[in-house]
Design a protein around this ligand. Sequence first.
Ligand code: HEM
Length: 390
Amino acid sequence: MAVASRLDTGLAFTNVLLPTLAKGVIVRRSGVTALAEKVQADALAVATVKRFRARYGPEPLRLRVTGRSIALVLDASDAARLLADSPEPFRLDTVEKRAALDHFQPHGVLISSGEERAARRRFNERVLHPDKIDAEGIVRDEVDLLLRHARSTGALTWDAFARAWWRAARRIVLGSGARDDHEVTDLLRQLRGNANWAYLHPKRKRLRERFEARLREHVERGEAGSIAGLGDPDEVVGQAPHWLFAFDAAGIVTMRALAIGGEGHAGIWESARLWPTTPVILRESTEPTDWHGTWLPAGTTFIVFAPYFHRDRDRLPYADEYAPRIWPLPAEPGIVPFSGGPGACPGRDLVLVAGGTALEVLRPHLEVPVLRAPLPATLNHFGLSFVTRK
Ligand code: HEM
């Protein structure tokens, strides 16, 4: 198995991993995201990984990092194996994820292991079900109001969209009593801001306690029609920080889907393929694993850089186009906007319903698409704005 030269290890960090980190993994930083769009940072990242594959071959590429075993995955079949064989022997709760997510969701399924993880996963799968909550009705309500506002100003901006989206998210997760409680999601945003820095930022215990107390008030109402009404309050309080956090990604994906004229579930899927909101999927091996005859030690961190698998023009003729026809089951195993296997996103169907409904309500009233092929490698959602139709 190839080991990257020092220079290439450096390039893996400067061109691929650091720009992703700088944009903000847990909450996006608007200034850096705008800059990333300007320089089309993802184009350079994808080109860099492609060069590695041409130079070193398809096997996972070991990076030269002292004291750690880190491998960059270069072949879609290896990415598929990692996801299929999670959480054993490829755990989801890697060192990096624990360091980041512990700031705001210490009981989240994504950073849990063993029996605890299995129980939390089952709970997520049970309650995150579009048939159990009227996500469609809630989104329709909030987006109708948003549309009225947009028509009065002549434009739909990201800021206005995000306000409406958060109202919908709080209603879906916590119930109508939380609709206007900006503070609960603002507190979460502050904690997520610290989580961007993972272990470099001290934990703010008091801030987390304030957030959790406020969250618990809503959860204990157990409002019918919300996810909080579907489970034991302690379990909900443990998982809801992730749900609220993840609705941010769902809003970003929805707004970008509008920009390409996306429709229905395939519109949401395509937006998430073209601009994955989890660009770096990590796994860590719990035992030595055999990669085409070479053994990598237990504790190896595997990096699946999704944009490389989603946007490689040499392998995918539709890489830079809106290609709804490839869904729901893309032939290419490396296309994984919602991850895959036993650790795949349990909120996916809810996202497809919520986002798809927003597209259906908004699309006929806006001048879309505003982007055409070849679609940009990096798209700053903060800068998106649509003119309303007369
Ligand atoms: C566009 C929106 C979304 C995208 C693209 C997305 C994508 C993903 C991805 C790629 C993962 C796997 C992470 C990993 O393997 O490390 C994941 C995990 C997860 N997602 Fe989502 N997600 C979205 C929205 C949501 C929403 C709205 C919810 C809940 C309401 C949710 C709940 C979860 C949970 C609980 C996990 C952890 C699963 C586990 O550890 O087994 N996601 N998501």
